[in-house]
Design a protein around this ligand. Sequence first.
Ligand SMILES: Nc1ncnc2c1ncn2[C@@H]1O[C@H](COP(=O)(O)OP(=O)(O)OP(=O)(O)O)[C@@H](O)[C@H]1O
Length: 515
Amino acid sequence: MDALGLRTTPALQVESVSRRFGPTLALDGVDLAFVPGRVSAVVGANGSGKSTLLRILAGLLPPTSGQVLAFGSHPVRSVHHALDAGVVLVPQEPTLAGHLTVWQNVSLVSPARRSGIFLNDRRARRFAAEHVAGLLPEGVLDRPTGSLSKSSRQLVQLAAAMARDPQVLLLDEPTAVLDEDGVVALHALVRSFRERGGTVLIVSHRLKDVLELADDVVVLRNGRVQLDCAVTPQSEREIVALLSADEGVEREHRTGTDAPVVLRATGIRGWRGLDVPELTVRAGEIVGIAGQSGSGRSRLAAALAGSHAVEGTVEVAGTEIRTGSIRSARAAGVAYVPEDRHAAAIMGNQSVEANLLLGQDDPALRTGPFRSRRGERRVGRELVTSYDIRPPLPDKQAGLLSGGNQQKVVVARALAGRPQVVVADEPTQGVDASARAAIHEALAAAAAEGTAVVAVCSEFEEIFALADRIVVLYDGRVVLDRPCAATTPDEVLAASLGSSASPDAPTDQLEEVLA
Ligand SMILES: Nc1ncnc2c1ncn2[C@@H]1O[C@H](COP(=O)(O)OP(=O)(O)OP(=O)(O)O)[C@@H](O)[C@H]1O
């Protein structure tokens, strides 16, 4: 019912929808209604069926049984039906054409591209600019989309969705890769879309963010609706209790250790303004790298892991690695969890086991000089169990796992080889609370065994929970480097925004601010 007590036709009505993938029942008899002018958060553990629900609503996937109706009368049986009814999905992984400019991607499907039968680039660019406004600076319009950060690409994807003039927006984990500014822009967009009567479904593991924004919440568990209610202070408490994990053992920050330096980077320069004269990480230390998107945090991680050539040297336990050579870094004992799991870390058409064992040289995997199939099965199964990869099927194609479970595979593989150094870029991207706790524990356990850990995290809170030391980048430079115990989230935020409040800010920057 609306405010006048009139019955409102749901924008989307989900009727007894089930979806099976072989032995996996991803959705099991789901009944839901989403009404116009409301934002619904769809939450639940990794693999609980959230993305499957969104893909069915977007017409990308047919249900095994049941049906979806848009605005009371339009059955959604294909992408075409969904788009006709104004239902637009922004998927977890961007689907933009990297070689096209931002304005081309945003205006790709719009009639504004045409004057009669001809393409009209000027009009299309103007049209794109309107949709990019508020999300990204106008200066990005002519940049190739592939050259932008993942956060910016996600915002381009959002602009492209808005360019379709939707009635219903389906947002799958939009904040997983967004930086602070991106999250603010997304929230503003969602709020104004709702005011205009739009319907929004938003899947997220960032409970705090999503509950702040949502009117209603749906909790999924093993493909079933566990809770479907309005967000109130009471229901919020219930939801948080349902979805939180045991925090695990609180890790004590290590300070002032005299353990040997394992990772030493000196004179790192180049690659769009990266300029880090020295960075060291000791055995057993966890260093969190913070910074806004574009600050150089991921570039620094990639440089340390040998994935991109830069000036300067990177040494692991005294051995210099060749920068730009992942092979050389790996040989020296560096394991890398890249930010872009899809493009760089998961072989989607190979089994979970093959992905877990890729590049591993554990003696447990051999019988004499030969690879042991039995050993591989055992190690694969052990990793699946200890990282709680769901479903627990080592033979399942890795690309068919839910996003969070793919992330667990990537982290499990990185840590399984007992590396000297782990460089993890957003190690808990897209994972639920219990997987996040498990990944933190695994990184802490690796550190306890002497591994030097470097973790890039866009959430400052995560760094304080995980790391011993925090290094903040701004504009490619280190502007703060301190033990976590000796700094506060406010100082980190100020430093990440380039504020002079940070006493570690390079003097030239301070002078600029003071002038
Ligand atoms: N194409 C597919 N083939 C086989 N199994 C699939 C396929 N798509 C999804 N699944 C399985 O369906 C279940 C639900 O997956 P889904 O992606 O909907 O979960 P999710 O709640 O979105 O998880 P996450 O939070 O990790 O993104 C998982 O067990 C997943 O492995």
